[in-house]
Design a protein around this ligand. Structure first.
Ligand code: SF4
Length: 401
């Protein structure tokens, strides 16, 4: 008799959203609230209820990454964070080598004792929101920490035993010069983080910075592009491998959790505003703390992802990575010819925007700057290829497969 084969220990990423900040930064449109500290304990209880509710769906899974993002998770305090991680371990199988990340802001991550406690509880990766090493710029964008606090937080994290440290930086800030960006980068590298993320500033509608754009001077598009290309080159010289448009790491320190998003692996999110791609359903919870506290898991979006959508997603997400697109994997996974896409990528290669290596196709640093346009063209080509196949099938033509 044939045995039932139940899959075991499928890898899963867990994302825990902590929607509290000490104050709101001028450019931020993440779901986070300032002045809601009195809701923190209720929030932890609501998260625990939510984690317990979803746990039975993850019985065949083992979490190999856990990511506390925000908001400012470090602002929740070590005690609450350790308790939450303990609850996760009780409710889910967590791999003993799991990457467990805590996002932190420098102003709430300088207490060595608290960091030690977090390290002991199992957090093994700290991602610090630095953004700039220039105090005047930090003030302009509404950050409440200083350059000095960044240095103190890094020193405290190292003393507490964190061996995997990431720093987030932003370029294209109002009034930022190329020299200023170079200095921030070299100061950040001087702190010897294992990982760096460099994001271009995006003016999000509804933010204070968006409203003030008329009174401020921003680096123009060309200057932003130069800042980006400088970062790619400088970080390469300093031993950081670029593995995604905005992410750089010393060998072996790429963020395993973030790679799940780009490699289309499963992750489950918890908390208002958190997103998931779990059980072939993509869903996100409403950005509404009060309803979440009442136990109402309001879905803002939910869709079963069909194979057409996965194909488009594959191109979009893989081309964000340096690993790029593997034609054999693409053809096997989606039963589609890669040749029409390769023709387009060859054209990009002639313009210095893409490269082919033993594994397939990936964009160059110049290509990353216009990745949305390239991905759009590839997706259009994919749609045309599908139509060609449909027409061939209708004609009974065996030559187009
Ligand atoms: S600390 Fe982060 S999440 Fe909080 S307001 Fe600033 S950018 Fe947004």
């Amino acid at each position: 008799m044939k045995k039932n084969t139940v899959q075991k220990d499928l890898p899963l990423g867990l994302y825990i959203h902590i929607p509290f900040c000490r104050s709101k930064c001028a450019y931020c449109d993440f779901y986070s609230l300032a002045g809601a500290e009195e809701r923190m304990d209720d929030y932890c209880r609501a998260l625990e209820r939510h984690l317990a509710e979803v746990a039975p769906q993850a019985e065949c899974h083992k979490a190999d990454t856990v990511y506390f993002g925000g908001g400012t998770p470090s602002y929740l305090g070590a005690e609450r964070l350790c308790r939450l991680l303990g609850s996760i371990r009780k409710l889910y199988k967590v791999d003993k080598h799991a990457e467990i990340t805590l996002e932190a802001n420098p102003d709430s991550a300088t207490d060595r004792k608290a960091l030690k406690r977090l390290r002991k509880a199992g957090f093994n990766r700290l991602s610090l929101g630095v953004q700039s090493m220039d105090d005047a710029l930090l003030q302009t964008i509404g950050r409440i920490h200083t350059r000095q606090q960044v240095q103190e937080a890094v020193a405290a994290a190292r003393k507490a035993g964190f061996k995997n440290l990431s720093l987030d930086l932003i370029y294209g800030l109002p009034g930022q010069t190329m020299e200023g960006w170079e200095k921030t980068l070299s100061d950040a590298v001087g702190l010897h983080p294992e990982h760096l993320s460099c994001y271009g500033l995006k003016l999000e509608e509804g933010t204070p910075l968006y409203r003030r754009q008329g009174e401020l001077t921003f680096p123009d598009e060309d200057m932003q592009a130069d800042m980006y290309l400088y970062a790619v080159e400088f970080l390469k010289q300093c031993g950081y491998e670029q593995y995604e448009i905005s992410n750089f790491a010393k060998p072996g320190f790429a963020s395993r959790h973030n790679l799940k998003y780009w490699l289309m692996q499963e992750y489950a999110g918890f908390g208002p505003g958190a997103h998931s791609d779990f059980g072939n359903v993509r869903y996100g919870y409403a950005r509404d703390l009060e309803r979440y506290l009442k136990g109402e898991l309001v879905l803002q979006e939910s869709e079963t992802v069909d194979s057409d959508e996965r194909e488009r997603e594959y191109l979009m997400l893989r081309l964000r990575t340096v690993q790029g697109v593997d034609p054999r994997e693409f053809e096997y996974r989606f039963r589609q010819r890669f040749a029409p896409l390769a023709a387009l990528l060859q054209q990009c290669a002639r313009e210095g925007l893409a490269e082919q290596d033993g594994n397939g196709w990936h964009l160059t640093a110049k290509g990353f700057l216009v990745s949305n346009r390239i991905i759009g063209l590839l997706q259009d080509e994919l749609a045309r290829e599908k139509n060609r196949r449909l027409e061939a099938a209708a004609r009974g033509d065996y030559r187009v497969v």
